[in-house]
Design a protein around this ligand. Structure first.
Ligand SMILES: Cc1cc2nc3c(=O)[nH]c(=O)nc-3n(C[C@H](O)[C@H](O)[C@H](O)COP(=O)(O)O)c2cc1C
Length: 290
């Protein structure tokens, strides 16, 4: 058992937001999914206050050892999530973490108010990779923005707040420290690295949304470096992700100071990857200690 912000988890492997659709997986695999759920907690895909259609296609581009996505956070909005998705996600056999993203303190407050009071929700992850409409600054790239956001929303909920850090900064430590000072209970990293795919025939970027975010094994060494710096600098628990596809990868992240790891892109290749990585991690930790 692992204690994460007071939440008991069966093992240290969870999913990265937006990379495992538990509702679709249950439709595909039936209740077997619940018997053998691959993660010890489930992180929802990011929701926003209002519904979003997401970016135009194409939305995915494969790179050497990686994936560029430009999905654009399609979602049903807060009300749609609470009415349609939450009851289904509450049936999962693991604690639920809801990922939210707003473009102002008011929007984040609405989201945290809306999900934070629900018994089904164990914790809230704040996706801060988008600009604050007032300042134009990306919250996750600015220590001041991060601290002031936490100051505004921390009083609204007693649920643990996890701040998901962007790697698109020279150094993620100041933002992590500001988030922790502002009252974040944990930080998670990394979100995707800004990237583009190019179409020479069109002389333009290939993805419908223009630029996208790189994930998968291609980003693992960057993630490891950032996890190591952040975990050495803050006292709140760190959730590490970025290219994890084996128990060895997960063990390296835990060795770098993470409390939990999250699996993202690898789940597209193997929907049961979370369970396999948890088993491999167990064996790897036994080997290291033994
Ligand atoms: C297709 C796709 C969709 C994603 N959607 C979200 C999202 O909705 N919210 C979020 O915070 N991160 C999102 N991410 C980022 C992942 O949660 C994770 O931080 C990142 O992909 C790095 O982990 P990985 O290399 O194991 O995939 C998405 C990643 C991918 C590949």
């Amino acid at each position: 058992m692992v204690d994460f912000c007071g939440i008991e988890l069966r093992h240290p492997v969870i999913n990265g937001s937006g990379t495992f659709d538990a509702i679709a997986a249950r439709r595909a695999f039936g209740d077997e999914l619940l018997d053998e759920f691959p993660f010890s907690a489930f992180v929802s895909k990011t929701i926003t206050p209002e519904p979003r259609a997401g970016n135009p296609p194409p939305r995915l581009w494969e790179t050497p050892s990686g994936l560029i996505n430009s999905i654009g956070l399609p979602n049903k909005g807060l009300d749609g999530f609470l009415a349609d998705d939450l009851p289904q996600l509450a049936e999962l056999p693991v604690p639920l973490i809801v990922s939210v993203m707003g473009t102002s303190h008011d929007e984040f407050s609405r989201l945290v108010d809306g999900v934070g009071g629900r018994d089904e929700v164990a914790a809230i992850e704040l996706n801060v990779s988008c600009p604050n409409v007032k300042s134009g600054l990306i919250v996750g790239e600015s220590p001041e923005e991060a601290k002031s956001l936490l100051g505004a929303i921390k009083p609204l909920t007693d649920r643990p707040l996890i701040v998901k850090l962007t790697p698109n900064v020279a150094d993620p430590v100041p933002v992590a420290e500001a988030a922790a000072e502002g009252g974040a209970d944990a930080v998670s990293l990394i979100n995707t690295l800004r990237a583009v795919a190019f179409d020479p025939d069109k002389a333009d970027r290939w993805l419908g949304g223009g630029s996208g975010g790189l994930s998968g094994p291609a980003v693992r060494a960057v993630a490891l470096a950032q996890v190591h710096s952040v975990a050495s600098s803050v006292s709140v628990p760190v959730v590490a992700m970025g290219g994890i596809s084996t128990g060895r990868d997960a063990a390296e992240m835990l060795g770098a100071g993470a409390a939990l790891v999250a699996v993202g892109t690898e789940s597209f290749r193997d929907p049961a990857a979370g369970a396999r990585i948890a088993d491999e991690l167990d064996a790897e930790l036994a080997r290291i200690s033994g």
